[in-house]
Design a protein around this ligand. Structure first.
Ligand SMILES: Cc1cc2nc3c(=O)[nH]c(=O)nc-3n(C[C@H](O)[C@H](O)[C@H](O)COP(=O)(O)O)c2cc1C
Ligand code: SF4
Length: 754
């Protein structure tokens, strides 16, 4: 099995980078390198100049178009906001141009949740309006054209339209590996290339500034151009470089020599390095052992430049190790800078120039939303441009704030993927957990509309929901007091930010503190810490409206032995890790995100032997596949035991008694190469789980409970009863225990209607 030493080194590093102080430090929102002269210097791409070195990453504009695929008001407002925020070059999310060929991309009745450019003139006006709108703020825009999704597309085409998904070769579908993807004929491949060329010509006619080929992450273009997926023996595309090179040549022919062509590529799928021996043992992976090596990728890139590519961005990985192309919060800041550097050095050493005769810029991507880190990568010559994806969802004004020395005002991405990726996986459109305006810019203006009448408002609870609500209400002209019973803001973000892999949460907490401080200076806003709001006090102080945001309370598992057990809630242990000092062996009860992150913390940072038990078949269900994939892989590498289908029955003197399903049909808890399907998607081919439960004792000297929380609605209910002349609302976790996403969203929406 071929492995690249550098890729292996990175994969190993990703599991414990946080033990290295300097890497963690590089993920702080500092402004030590201000002024950011490198970030804010122009660059030439083919004949075009971009005003700064910042590129907005492609992020699928799923359901941001009407049913024909024409970009709608939402999409135009969303990109315009980012242009206004100062980014030099915008790229759209993937736009597949192979409807009718790749069955996985088209919905029943030929509807599309992807924007389209290949349909007819029906869709053109939306692209024209979009280009004009972002140009008005001096940003350039490229359209990301995708050959399609192939094996990583929706397999429901088989049920909905009796058509198989396709791929370069006979490959399993990623969502449902039981569904085979059939090999596209050479004729179909040529048609795809023709469509790519036509889309480029149409995009150019719509005033889009360049074409961006979607060649990474194991999508169809990569399936055709990586020997892991393309095992064709005959025909033109048995040469795995041919499809990509033909596509680039076709774009050049259909546009002109000055039209920029960008290509997105992964330097390696990194599958062999991620999974090692499993590549031989696991059926779903076995076919993919022959991925491009770094050397082969560089050779392909050289040939792409000859064919006409002007600029690349590079990352690692594919769907089958999704935590790489979609790095969760737990990945290190700037995780692929070294990858960009490899390409840049190769181009420099080999004097590879574009057809224009100028150097080929290399764009770094992946967790680069820390201004000092981005500036340093450019100053050190590791890349020519810096791509920001989620940081621009979290704060579209990142560029302008960095340029004007307001780094502390940047709202940082927390790497949760709750609202950006998970939202569209679950059927919505991309949004952001920390920015409720993201993808709602068409209804929520940058400055919230002033309230018709200024009211006196109490917000109770200074977690993310309460802060968002209180600050927004104050911006709207209300007089607001934010009450917090404890001595700190942020609620459960405080224990949540303790594991070092959650450093982004610490950035967010700092941001929230700053937000409150600025609100106190700019508006009629006061934060009262260590203050318990009571009905009498709220009445006496004459509040017109009260918003309760008191969060959740932990579930206690009062099973036999509970009273005497050495047992703590996960949040208690995170808040005070000394509670685990005396323990060697720890059982964590609950394999959700809190349980797993706590287990990893206990093992990696405190050196404990940890077992996680979870009563359902799925570990970390409802968590983004990428975030889940990271945790499961590295928990397995760390030797953390994961027992799914395992129910706690009692607490014992030196451990716990459980009922554990030992059937071979119980899913492998460490399986990360295929995703868990959303619950409304039926997989009729999924294997059934048999029940062969047996009682088992697990030794432990500390039991950590992470069984979830319930809305803490007690205060709201008492206010509702006692404050019957005052409007009272319950928002965030105290309404429905959830995520930061739901908390900030409800806080903002409530404030906009007060
Ligand atoms: C919501 C979302 C959608 C994405 N869609 C695409 C896409 O359409 N095409 C693509 O090449 N990458 C896509 N990506 C990957 C991003 O372009 C980017 O590589 C990744 O988010 C890492 O960069 P970041 O850390 O700056 O966010 C998407 C990422 C997110 C969060
Ligand atoms: S939803 Fe989470 S990961 Fe996605 S952009 Fe927002 S903060 Fe970042």
């Amino acid at each position: 099995m071929k492995k690249d030493a550098k890729v292996q080194e990175l994969l190993d590093f990703y599991g414990e980078w946080f033990l290295d102080g300097s890497t963690i430090h590089s993920g702080e929102m500092t402004s030590n390198l201000y002024p950011y002269d490198s970030i804010f210097s122009p660059i030439q791409i083919n004949s075009m100049t971009v005003k700064n070195r910042l590129v907005m990453a492609p992020m699928g504009n799923i359901s941001m178009c009407d049913e024909t695929g024409r970009p709608n008001e939402k999409m135009i407002a969303y990109f315009t906001e980012r242009a206004k925020g100062g980014v030099g070059l915008i790229t759209t999310g993937l736009v597949p141009v192979t409807h009718g060929i790749d069955n996985s991309i088209t919905e029943i009745d030929k509807l599309s949740y992807f924007p389209r450019i290949d349909r007819s003139r029906t869709v053109f006006a939306g692209w024209r309006d979009l280009a004009a709108s972002v140009h008005s703020y001096g940003s350039k825009i490229f359209l990301q054209v995708s050959a399609g999704l192939g094996r990583v597309g929706n397999p429901q085409c088989l049920v909905n339209s009796m058509k198989f998904p396709g791929s370069a070769s006979f490959n399993p579908n990623w969502y449902m590996p039981q569904v085979p993807c059939l090999r596209f004929s050479d004729h179909s491949c040529k048609k795809m290339i023709k469509n790519i060329g036509q889309s480029a010509a149409d995009a150019k006619a719509m005033n889009i500034d360049g074409i961006y080929l979607h060649g990474h992450e194991g999508y169809l273009l990569e399936q055709m151009t990586n020997p892991a997926f393309n095992r064709r023996k005959v025909g033109r595309y048995a040469d795995w470089q041919a499809f990509g090179i033909d596509a680039v040549k076709c774009i050049r022919e259909r546009t002109d020599k000055n039209f920029p062509i960008m290509y997105r590529i992964d330097l390696s799928l990194a599958l062999n390095e991620t999974y090692g021996d499993k590549m031989d043992k696991v059926k779903a992976l076995r076919k993919f052992r022959n991925g491009r090596t770094i050397e082969q990728t560089l050779d392909y890139m050289k040939n792409l430049v000859k064919a006409g590519v002007d600029i690349f961005d590079v990352d690692l990985g594919c769907y089958d190790n999704w935590f790489l192309p979609h790095p969760p919060g737990s990945m290190p800041p700037g995780c692929f800078i070294d990858i960009a550097q490899i390409v840049k050095k190769y181009f420099e050493d080999n004097n590879i120039l574009s057809n224009k005769g100028i150097s080929v810029p290399v764009v770094a991507v992946g967790k680069l939303g820390y201004p000092d880190l981005a500036e340093k990568a450019l100053r050190d010559g590791k890349c020519d441009m810096v791509m920001l994806g989620r940081p621009l969802l979290a704060d579209p004004y990142w560029p302008n704030k960095a340029r004007t020395n307001r780094v502390d005002e940047i709202c940082p991405c927390i790497g949760c993927q709750e609202a950006c990726i998970n939202e569209f996986v679950d059927g919505g459109h991309p949004q952001c957990a920390v920015n409720p305006r993201t993808a709602f810019e068409e209804i929520y203006p940058e400055t919230p509309l002033q309230a018709r009448e200024s009211k006196k408002i109490a917000v109770v609870g200074a977690g993310p929901a309460g802060i968002m609500c209180a600050v927004t209400a104050a911006q709207r002209g209300h007089k607001v007091i934010l009450f917090e019973k404890s001595g700190r803001v942020g609620g459960r973000l405080n224990p949540g930010g303790v594991p070092k892999i959650k450093f982004d949460i610490v950035n967010y907490l700092n941001y929230l503190k700053g937000l409150c401080q600025r609100a106190a200076g700019d508006y009629d806003f006061e934060l009262k810490l260590n203050t318990e709001a009571t009905p009498q006090m709220l009445k006496d102080e004459g509040f017109d409206k009260v918003v309760v945001a008191t969060g959740t309370k932990d579930i206690h598992l009062k099973l036999p032995g509970y009273e005497k057990a050495a047992c703590r809630q996960a949040v208690e242990v995170l808040d005070n890790p000394a509670l685990a000092n005396a323990a060697k062996k720890i059982v964590v009860v609950g394999g959700g995100v809190v349980g797993c992150e706590t287990a990893y913390f206990l093992n990696k940072e405190l050196g404990k032997e940890v077992t996680v038990i979870e009563m359902t078949p799925e570990i970390m269900n409802h968590t983004c596949t990428a975030n889940r994939g990271y945790m499961l892989k590295y928990m397995e590498d760390a030797g953390i035991k994961l027992y799914n289908c395992t129910k706690l029955i009692s607490f014992e003197a030196n451990g716990v008694k459980v009922m554990r399903n030992k059937s071979k049909t119980v899913p492998n808890p460490y399986l990360t190469w295929n995703p868990l399907l959303p619950e409304n998607v039926l997989n009729p081919l999924a294997p059934k789980i048999k029940d062969e439960s047996q009682e088992e004792f697990i030794e432990a000297d500390l039991v950590v409970l992470a069984a979830g929380g319930r809305p803490d609605e007690q205060l709201f209910l008492s206010f509702q009863k006692e404050l019957n002349t005052i409007e009272v609302y319950n928002i965030g976790d105290s309404f429905k225990g959830g995520k930061v996403f739901e908390a900030t969203k409800s806080g903002y929406a409530a404030a906009m209607n007060l």
